[in-house]
Design a protein around this ligand. Structure first.
Ligand SMILES: *Cc1c(COP(=O)(O)O)cnc(C)c1O
Length: 375
């Protein structure tokens, strides 16, 4: 059994993907070919934003967004403590200070009460200036954007949606990657919509920021890439990756997103009485980047993971370490009491196989083994 079955997905989409890739090689427009524009248009339409600006990966996407707002030394950027490293890394890379915030134990997303308390503290303290909230759509479920927007407006801050795991998710029919002032995603192969290498995209409705982003991703270009009017980056989505993403986006929108949701429901029915299953809020839909359960403690998790491994069921731990405990952030000291939930979850979460091509037999088998372990 595969944790994410990219080979099976390729079997289903092979003829379209092969044709698209062959076409790019034949046309030899490997950088900024017409497929890139075509994909950007389709992504913007799917997400419901005015602009989509593709780029090299999801980490660059975050960096580019922070560059647009001139975030740097002296600025405070609020980041959930439970996320992939890149969310915090981009902040430090920009020269700003990440302020890590505990999460909600049911949704895995940023705890908005603790967020607001912390913004007030940082403001009062006066050393750094609250500028941006980076909300992450962890494991596929959008963060609480109603509350986040209220807080951002109140303290005059920007919202950056890190939708690297959230592409496809919804709140009341509105799509993920449309909730931030700027939103980003990643096309890393294992993400809900993945390509065959690195890739990413940025979404916004703002004309001025979109124009800046189109420039920043190609060496701060002006009229063309040999007219350089600002310092930017070299961060483009390869034409081959765009060509691969075109049929993959179509499959995602047509059936993969619904399929992975029915798989998650199936899991939840079979596992709900045995372990803590993911909590999807009313009117929310997840893109199920991960299906993550919670057990009692670290030793129980180690035993369960080993038992499942012997049953040929791969599992992963997202994440074993909170952001504030990463060595790279050791200069940012903070009170351990601020991270009670993240500290606990790093010992108790376990992600089990989920992808749109998981069969009913596999779902039944995984669930049966987990229930067996506990009985
Ligand atoms: C994967 C991921 C990123 C980084 O994306 P890359 O394309 O690998 O650079 C950023 N944030 C989160 C939450 C992620 O899961």
């Amino acid at each position: 059994m595969q944790f994410k079955d990219l080979q099976l997905q390729y079997k289903v989409l092979k003829s379209e993907i092969d044709a698209e890739v062959a076409n790019v090689i034949k046309e030899a427009e490997f950088i900024s070919g017409k497929q890139v524009k075509d994909l950007e248009q389709k992504l913007a339409e799917y997400v419901g934003t005015k602009y989509c600006i593709s780029c090299g990966n999801g980490t660059d996407a975050l960096s580019l967004a922070l560059m647009v707002w001139n975030i740097g030394t002296g600025d405070a950027v609020f980041v959930p403590d439970f996320t992939f490293f890149a969310t915090g890394e981009a902040v430090t890379y920009a020269g700003a200070t990440p302020v890590f915030i505990d999460i909600n134990p049911n949704t895995y997303n940023i705890d908005t009460e603790k967020l607001e308390q912390r913004i007030i503290e940082v403001k009062k303290n006066g050393k750094i200036l609250p500028k941006v909230i980076i909300a992450v759509d962890l494991f596929g479920q959008p963060a609480d954007y109603m509350e986040i927007r209220r807080i951002a407006d109140k303290y005059h801050m920007f919202v950056l949606e890190d939708g690297a795991q959230g592409f496809g998710g919804e709140i009341s029919g509105k799509k993920a990657c449309s909730f931030g002032d700027i939103s980003t995603t990643s096309f890393f192969p294992a993400k809900p919509l993945g390509c065959y290498g690195d890739g990413g995209a940025i979404f916004t409705d703002n004309d001025e920021w979109a124009n800046l982003l189109f420039s920043l991703r190609i060496h701060g270009k002006g009229e063309d890439k040999y007219d350089n009017i600002r310092i930017g980056m070299n961060s483009r989505l390869d034409t081959i990756q765009a060509a691969i993403l075109l049929p993959k986006l179509a499959a995602f929108a047509e059936y993969e997103f619904n399929k992975v949701n029915s798989i998650a429901n199936h899991y939840s029915k079979l596992l709900g009485k045995t372990v803590k299953i993911p909590d999807i809020l009313p009117n929310y839909r997840s893109s199920w980047a991960q299906y993550t359960i919670q057990v009692t403690d670290r030793s129980e998790r180690t035993k369960l993971q080993e038992y499942l491994r012997l049953c040929d069921i791969p599992t992963m731990i997202y994440y074993t370490k909170p952001m504030h405990k990463q060595k790279a952030f050791e200069q940012i000291s903070d009170d351990e009491n601020n991270f009670e939930v993240t500290n606990r979850l790093c010992d108790t979460v376990l992600s089990i196989p989920i992808h749109p091509y998981l069969s009913n037999e596999e779902i039944d088998y995984v669930s049966e083994k987990i229930v067996n372990f506990f009985s």
